[in-house]
Every structure is written in structure tokens, then in C-alpha cells.
Design a binder for this molecule. Structure first.
Ligand SMILES: [Zn+2]
Ligand SMILES: [Zn+2]
Length: 379
């Protein structure tokens, strides 16, 4: 089969402006270990909305193609392309993948942590006007680079679930691992009620936590968190920092929470996490991505003997476990409620806007849908 030479893509050319549908070139040939996929599902992440608005920017990287949670069907491969378990990747296979890494830097080879790679290649770290042009998910076809760890996907994991594993879900699973696991019968506070916070509530619940308290908003997100395993919710909009702390203490028998996870990144999460945590508790910082410092009562970290760890996104191991998690607990919770109805590439711009207004938990784009297909006209 002749390879496509161009692909339709929704391109970010100027922050805060609508994405433009363009034909973008594809590489003439695939490198050994690489692949060309036809995207079947892309889910949007908060980072896509932040990149779109310019709240987060990568100087010199426009035009770019957003989307870093996606799944695709292989339409061509370079020589010797295999997945992370060494299985050959062939045309027709359905694959997911993690960000590319160089394999030779200090982070890759000494720390052996792909997230510490100094040249970690997210899809959006690729200009759409330079080869290989398209590594983001808001395109019909997408290049999977040789350095991206790939995984052949089991048939019983839905496209949306696998796409979400590409960032949100693997990030949560890594955070749980970084905190040392959630002990059965323990108490957990989750700061933030976005996709990560809601999924974290589900993971904590399934892990056997006795109490799962989600602190966040707005109200419809807290209601969703409850459907995904939260045993109590605390609205941030209607409460002060002190009130939130006393609510958490009240819900944990005055002890505070064994595990606190920051998936919110708001300026007060640090001081609140320390206040929420129980003696010898853990705090895992995931959502605080900005450059601004946030106050933390170090005396309380000392006095409570807290363990504070950071957790950065996830690697192919976290991705693999996320796929297995969805497969194992497919029927346990109403996962599909996390996702909006799929829309066409032509509607991707509206979806990014909806994500930035918190109007959707996970927007879904299926680039195979005919132009103009919106959420109301699809199932
Ligand atoms: Zn590296
Ligand atoms: Zn993301």
C-alpha cells in the first residue's frame, strides 16, 4: 500500500486562537523502529488546554499539533519495529505508546528513569513544519518515533481507556507507586477533581482505602468523584483553607490522612496537604507544575514525620500497568462516564476550549469521523 504523503491535522498556530485544519506533510520513509499509525482515538489532557491558551508555552515550537493521549492502528512500520515486550509490530496492529526517550543520557542510562530523560519527546515537542511533522494526536495519521516505547494493546481495553493511559492514568499509577502504595484500610485525601483526581479516587478505592476524600470542584466534578469511589468530598469554592483542614480531620477521626495526593496545583495545595496529612503520612506532589513557589510548613513536615515525594508523569511501565488496570477492573466502575462523546478533527478546537473551561472531564476526538461530527450527533 502506498503510504499517505500528507495528513489532516488540527494545528495550533497561535496561542488562544482556534486550531486550524491543515494538510501537514508526512515523512517520506519511516526510520527503523518507527511506525505510522492512523489515530482511532485521542483524549485531551489539561496540558493540551494550557498549551492552547499559552498558559504553558514552548518558545519556538509553533506551529504544533496538540494531543498526547492517543491510540492508533499501524499502517506502516520502519525496519524491525517491536513493542516494549519485544513483540513485532505489524500493519493492522493497534498500539499505544509512551513518550520517546534517548536511551543514552544520564537519566536514561544511570538513573534508568525514562521520565528523567533530558530529551523526552512528547508529541507536542515537535514543530508541525519540520520532520517528522506529526507526533501529536490531533491528526488523522501520526508518526510514532523509534524512541517511543510502544505497546500492542489487548482487544478488551477500549480506545478511550488506552488513550487516557497515555498521560492521565499512568500519571496516577506512578504517583501511587511513588507514595509507596496505598495501604488497605488507610485514609486518602485527593486534592483536585479533574480527570486525574477522579481516576485517583477510583484507584484508591480499588486499592482498599477506607476513606477517599476528594477536595476540589466544581460540584459536578465532586459528584463524579463520588461515583468513582470517593467516600466524601470537600468543595474548595465554598470553604476556607482552615475549614477544609478541619473537614478532613473530622472525616479521619481527628488523625488526618495517611496519604495526600496533589493533583490540583493550586497555590494553597502545599500548606493544605501538610495540614491534611496524618502523623507519618505521605504527600505526593503531582499537580504543582508551575514555576511559582508555594508555602509549606516545614516544621509540620518535621513534627509529623511526613514523607513528601514528587511524581512526574509516567513511563511505559506505568502505561502498561494502566492498561492492565483498565482490563482487570473494566466492569468495576463506570469508566465511560469520564469521556465525552467522540467528535471529528474539525471540532477539536471546540473540545480544547471545552477542556479549558472545565466543561468536559475528557474530551474525545476520533479523527476518522467525518468533518463536522459533534458530540450531539454521535454516540
Ligand atoms: Zn535520555
Ligand atoms: Zn497530559
Amino acid at each position: 500500500m502506498a503510504l499517505p504523503t500528507t495528513t489532516a491535522a488540527a494545528v495550533l498556530t497561535e496561542h488562544g486562537q482556534p486550531l486550524t485544519l491543515q494538510d501537514v506533510p508526512l515523512p517520506e520513509r519511516l526510520e527503523p523502529g518507527g511506525a505510522l499509525v492512523r489515530i482511532t482515538c485521542t483524549t485531551l489532557c489539561g496540558t493540551d488546554a494550557h498549551l492552547w491558551s499559552g498558559q504553558m508555552s514552548l518558545p519556538g515550537m509553533l506551529p504544533m499539533i496538540l494531543g498526547h493521549e492517543m491510540v492508533g492502528e499501524v499502517v506502516a512500520t520502519g525496519a524491525g519495529t517491536v513493542d516494549t515486550l519485544g513483540r513485532p509490530v505489524n500493519v493492522g496492529d493497534r498500539i499505544g505508546w509512551s513518550e520517546s526517550t534517548c536511551g543514552t543520557c544520564y537519566g536514561c542510562s544511570v538513573l534508568r528513569q525514562p521520565v528523567a530523560c533530558r530529551d523526552r519527546g512528547y508529541g507536542f515537542r515537535q514543530r508541525a513544519d519540520q520532520p517528522p511533522y506529526v507526533t501529536g494526536g490531533l491528526a488523522e495519521y501520526c508518526v510514532v518515533t523509534p524512541g517511543a516505547a510502544k505497546l500492542l494493546l489487548p482487544a478488551d481495553v477500549k480506545d478511550t481507556w488506552a488513550a487516557m493511559s497515555g498521560c492521565a492514568a499512568k500519571t496516577v499509577l506512578r504517583a501511587v507507586e511513588r507514595t509507596g502504595g496505598i495501604r488497605t484500610g488507610s485514609t486518602v485525601v485527593i486534592q483536585g477533581a479533574g480527570a486525574l483526581g477522579i481516576f485517583a479516587a477510583a484507584v484508591a478505592s480499588i486499592s482498599g482505602a477506607a476513606a477517599v476524600i476528594v477536595v476540589g470542584g466544581p460540584d459536578d466534578r465532586l459528584a463524579a468523584a463520588t461515583r468513582f469511589g470517593a467516600t466524601a468530598t470537600v468543595p474548595v469554592e465554598a470553604t476556607t483553607t482552615d475549614e477544609r483542614a478541619s473537614r478532613v480531620l473530622g472525616l479521619t477521626g481527628g488523625l488526618g490522612a495517611d496519604h495526600v495526593f496533589d493533583f490540583a496545583g493550586a497555590p494553597t495545595v502545599g500548606e493544605e496537604a501538610v495540614a491534611f496529612a496524618a502523623q507519618r503520612g505521605t504527600i505526593t506532589v503531582v499537580g504543582s507544575t508551575g514555576p511559582r513557589p508555594a508555602p509549606v510548613a516545614l516544621g509540620t513536615v518535621m513534627g509529623k514525620e511526613l514523607t513528601v515525594v514528587g511524581s512526574l508523569n509516567g513511563d511505559i511501565a506505568d502505561y502498561y500497568r494502566s492498561i492492565e488496570f483498565f482490563r482487570t477492573f473494566a466492569g468495576r466502575l463506570p469508566w465511560d462516564e469520564l469521556f465525552s462523546a467522540p467528535v471529528a478533527l474539525s471540532e477539536a478546537s471546540a473540545s480544547v476550549d471545552a477542556m479549558s473551561r472545565l466543561a468536559q472531564i475528557k474530551a474525545v476526538i476520533d479523527p476518522r469521523l467525518p468533518s463536522g461530527t459533534t458530540a450531539t450527533t454521535s454516540t
